[in-house]
Design a protein around this ligand. Structure first.
Ligand SMILES: *Cc1c(COP(=O)(O)O)cnc(C)c1O
Length: 385
């Protein structure tokens, strides 16, 4: 693990504290999730649900996870044997990779990738094979289908797919997913899907979110991952889950029992309550976040950035070159001094930093008054151009 230093989030958050800047670096909300969920957690805590829960997770949560996936995506999973509760999506990803990979196996992932992926692949002794997402002429991120095809080989064990995608805000299109599905089947590879932003696809996205597991031939080879943190604004709870065919999920459970054994006893029944909330919660959450996206995208555009408007997630990426920047890392290190805002450079999420050199990421999962203040500060950049 020697190559893995402290994350860029730690550096940029420390910078925000030192300079009093508005921190749009790390992607956590600054307000609480649904009150019904919080009340259920308090009740469970006071009601004595404070000891080790069952290994696969409390039955109420596994049942709720199954019902939720059926309700929104038409997917059927048996709560007994096809679902395991994990310590967030982070543990779910790590346990899935450790469960499916032998040392030397290759894991295909799209870069820029979520920062825990590289570490989890390394822990398994596996090898990562990145396929690069690049800004296209239409302002969306895309990959070259030939590059994806060429990345598959005899050692490809699995494809790790994150859609809606952090940090780009990309929602993979049905055509792109069909190609991933075709190649997985052609090469006998598994898929591990990170869908923590499943409820954050904006109304103007080119296509709705489609879980890869819903494509023909994919359910039996896919471990589907989600988590409560993003959907219910409780990133500190670390309650996630994996769904898939019983043999794969049982392999994940075998790993999970030696990573954390179990987690979050009193929070699990509360997340079950949240998953059962009415459609109004889920659409309200999305509309709210879409308005915040619009506020920040407008501000960044006015400030002079080359904005890549996201179709989903908490994040927007921007090109710093129209503002005279050449390197996102340098730009982010000076931004707090220049205008009192913190962002993160996305080059750290690529194997080849050159591909993301000019790009930086802002989070908009913050209260409107915080975003308004950030936008006011960012607009001063336009004057100094
Ligand atoms: C936030 C995030 C996670 C981590 O989820 P936890 O449930 O907090 O572990 C995983 N993947 C992506 C893409 C994320 O943005």
């Amino acid at each position: 693990m020697r190559p893995f230093g402290t994350t860029v989030f730690a550096e940029m958050s420390a910078l925000a504290v030192r300079t009093g800047a508005v921190n749009l670096g790390q992607g956590f909300p600054d307000s609480d999730g649904p009150p019904e969920m919080l009340a259920a957690a308090a009740e469970a805590l006071r009601g004595g649900q404070n000891q080790y829960p069952p290994g696969p997770g409390v039955p109420a949560l596994r049942t709720a996870v199954a019902a939720h996936q059926h309700r929104f995506w038409g997917l059927e999973y048996d709560p007994d044997g096809e679902i395991v509760v994990t310590a967030g999506a982070t543990e779910a990803v790590a346990a899935s990779i450790l469960a499916l990979c032998e040392p030397g196996d290759e894991v295909l992932c799209f870069e820029p990738y979520y920062d825990s992926y590289a570490a989890s692949i390394a822990l398994a002794g596996a090898v990562r094979r990145p396929v690069t997402l690049r800004p296209a002429a239409d302002g969306r991120y895309a990959f070259d289908p030939a590059e994806l095809r060429a990345a598959f080989g005899p050692r490809t064990r699995l494809v790790l797919l994150n859609s809606p995608h952090n940090p780009t805000g990309k929602v993979f299109t049905p055509q792109e997913l069909a190609l991933v599905a075709e190649l997985c089947q052609e090469h006998g590879a598994y898929a591990v899907t990170d869908e923590v932003y499943e409820h954050l696809v904006f109304t103007d996205a080119a296509a709705p979110h489609v879980p890869l597991a819903t494509l023909p031939g994919m359910r039996e080879r896919t471990l589907r991952i989600s988590s409560a943190g993003k959907t219910f604004s409780c990133t500190g709870w670390k309650v996630g889950w994996v769904s898939g065919p019983a043999p794969l999920v049982s392999a994940v459970l075998r790993v999970k029992q030696f990573l954390t054994f179990v987690n979050a006893a009193p929070l699990q029944p509360a997340v079950a309550v949240a998953l059962g909330l009415g459609d109004d919660y889920f659409t309200g959450f999305r509309d709210d976040m879409q308005a915040r996206r619009d506020l920040l995208v407008a501000g960044l555009t006015d400030a002079g950035f080359g904005v890549l408007a996201p179709e989903g997630t908490y994040f927007v990426t921007a090109d710093v070159t129209p503002l005279g920047g050449r390197d996102g890392m340098e730009f982010c290190r000076s931004l707090p001094e220049r205008c009192g805002v913190v962002a993160v450079p996305t080059q750290v999420f690529y194997d080849d930093p050159a591909a993301g050199r000019r790009l930086i990421r802002f989070a908009f999962c913050k209260r409107p008054e915080v975003l308004t203040e950030a936008v006011t500060r960012l607009r001063t950049l336009a004057g100094g151009r």
